[in-house]
Design a protein around this ligand. Structure first.
Ligand SMILES: Nc1ncnc2c1ncn2[C@@H]1O[C@H](COP(=O)(O)OP(=O)(O)OP(=O)(O)O)[C@@H](O)[C@H]1O
Ligand SMILES: O=P(O)(O)O[C@@H]1[C@H](O)[C@H](O)[C@@H](OP(=O)(O)O)[C@H](OP(=O)(O)O)[C@H]1O
Length: 483
């Protein structure tokens, strides 16, 4: 048996020190390289929802108001909202946390009373309000031009009106000129006054603060007061191009719908509310162009069929309204309308009388009482003066003529003629007070309005092409009713 060497006291102490050092170094190496505990760092979240794998808070942007001040130190008693706990945390630890400092945080800046931050909050508030007021594409546009990369057409203003961007000259300025004259406060021309009731109301011009040079016409939304509006756009007249159209444009229009001359109208688009499915069926321009003399009646009838029944009430009210428009045309010889449309709207929902209160949209009287809008009209008038030289209602013929001349286009004869205006005077009785009619529920559930006036020309004869179209349309509608 081998005996262990005997160590002196000094040797024992040295050996123990070396061993302890080696163990300590080994422990440190192990801890650094292998131990899980290397991940254990001071925690941000000390005690909030510890049984939850992830603490998530979602906020609706619309709900963000003055209380949108969020805790970032995770020590708030009101978490996720800030209670000022970060101040103590910063003091204790030398940290530099603060409440959430996003754009939407209003309370922080307001509470602090810091001028710059208040300005920031005010600016944010106004940006938010601006965003909420930004126009959106009109959801119920059934035909017409669409512009720009996003192919946006008519817009919907937050106040319920629609915005139609001015088309390039001469169309846009001519259309604006036409609306301005018809709805001028100084207007005394009985024909124009009588025409008001057949048009969407005109509320002057509008432009966005970002793009003040893009001018829009602000118009009554003809479908705005309906719950489930069925809408159809029908172009009226034997020619869909004006007398100054190039040969190329004439040929293109004739090629697109050779029957226009004979039929006198063309369905540009429609959407119909189908009761059973609770959804809209839409037809675009190709549908209208595919209709022949044989299929025209059934094609047109589609607009009045809700999948369950033919809405004869809507047809007869439409006929009544078209007759009123025809009467206006029979009494005037000063304007010719090309490529202009009739916009049909009827209430598609089950309950007749469902149309929203007509007074929800501005009446002309209300508009006239509104100073902001009045200044808009002055703006448009002064712009017009530059191009037309005048805005007096009595001189609509010269004004339209001038717009066309300024833009290098010709004009029809400028002769004024005095004519029988009995029918117009009758119609004038009803002028302007749309939405306050008292002739029963049915009328209020149907609209037939003239729209699209980019090609209106002064004349000294009656507009036979347009009247032909109206009579033809009346004939087909009456046939549908009879059948
Ligand atoms: N005042 C209005 N109220 C409701 N909808 C409207 C109104 N004006 C236009 N619309 C919608 O926008 C569509 C196009 O309108 P409008 O005919 O004025 O535009 P446009 O671009 O000049 O047409 P086009 O390409 O036929 O010349 C209409 O078919 C209709 O759906
Ligand atoms: O229905 P589509 O096939 O889109 O055809 C357009 C439609 O006829 C428009 O009414 C017309 O504008 P105007 O009524 O102002 O003439 C436009 O002419 P444009 O191409 O000259 O703009 C046509 O292209």
């Amino acid at each position: 048996m081998t005996s262990l060497p005997t160590l002196s006291k000094g040797e024992v102490i040295t050996a123990l020190s070396v061993t302890a050092g080696a163990v300590a170094i080994g422990f440190l190496i192990h801890k650094t390289l292998f131990s899980n505990s290397k991940c254990v760092k001071p925690k941000v979240n000390l005690d909030l929802q510890k049984d939850n794998p992830k603490v998530v808070h979602a906020f609706d942007i619309e709900d963000l108001g003055d209380k949108a001040v969020y805790c970032r130190c995770w020590r708030s008693k009101k978490f996720p909202y800030c209670d000022g706990a970060h101040a103590k945390h910063n003091q204790d630890t030398g940290d530099n946390l603060r409440m959430a400092t996003e754009d939407r945080v209003l309370k922080s800046s307001l509470a602090v009373g810091d001028g710059a931050e208040n300005e920031h909050a005010t600016e944010w508030k106004s940006r938010r309000a601006e965003r909420a007021r930004a126009p959106v594409p009109l959801s119920h546009q059934v035909a017409g031009h669409k512009y720009g990369i996003h192919k946006v057409g008519i817009l919907q203003h937050y106040d319920g009106t629609v915005l139609k961007q001015l088309q390039p000259p001469p169309r846009g300025p001519c259309e604006m000129q036409f609306y301005t004259q018809v709805f001028s406060q100084d207007c005394t021309d009985p024909h124009l006054l009588a025409l008001q009731q057949h048009l969407p109301k005109y509320y002057g011009t509008w432009s966005s603060p970002d793009k003040p040079n893009e001018l829009y016409m602000k118009l009554e939304d003809v479908a705005g007061r309906f719950t489930c509006p069925c809408i159809m756009d029908v172009k009226i007249g034997r020619k869909s191009y004006d007398p100054f159209a190039s040969q190329e444009k004439r040929e293109e229009h004739i090629r697109k719908y050779p029957l226009m001359e004979e039929i006198g109208f063309l369905i540009l688009g429609m959407r119909v509310y189908h009761i059973a499915s609770g959804s809209y069926i839409s037809h675009e321009q190709f549908f209208g162009r595919s209709l022949t003399k044989e299929t025209l009646k059934t094609g047109l009838a589609r607009f009045f069929h809700n999948g369950e029944e033919l809405r004869k009430d809507a047809i007869s009210t439409s006929i009544h309204k078209i007759r009123n428009i025809l009467r206006w045309f029979e009494g005037q010889k000063q304007l010719h309308f090309y490529a202009s449309s009739l916009l049909f709207v009827y209430e598609g929902s089950h309950h007749i009388g469902n149309a929203k209160n007509g007074n929800e949209t501005l009446t002309v009287q209300e508009y006239r009482a509104e100073p902001e809008n009045r200044s808009n009209v002055h703006l448009s008038s002064s712009k017009l003066k530059i191009s037309c030289g005048q805005v007096n209602c009595s001189s609509i013929l010269e004004a339209i003529h001038n717009v066309r001349k300024v833009n290098g286009f010709g004009s029809h004869s400028l002769h004024h003629q005095s004519m029988g205006i009995t029918a117009d005077m009758e119609a004038k009785e009803n002028t302007v007070v749309e939405g306050k009619r008292s002739n029963g529920g049915k009328e209020e559930n149907v609209e037939v309005r003239m729209i699209d006036f980019a090609h209106v020309f002064p004349s000294d004869s009656s507009d036979d092409g347009y009247m032909y179209g109206l009579r033809s349309l009346l004939f087909v509608l009456e046939q549908i009713l009879k059948d």
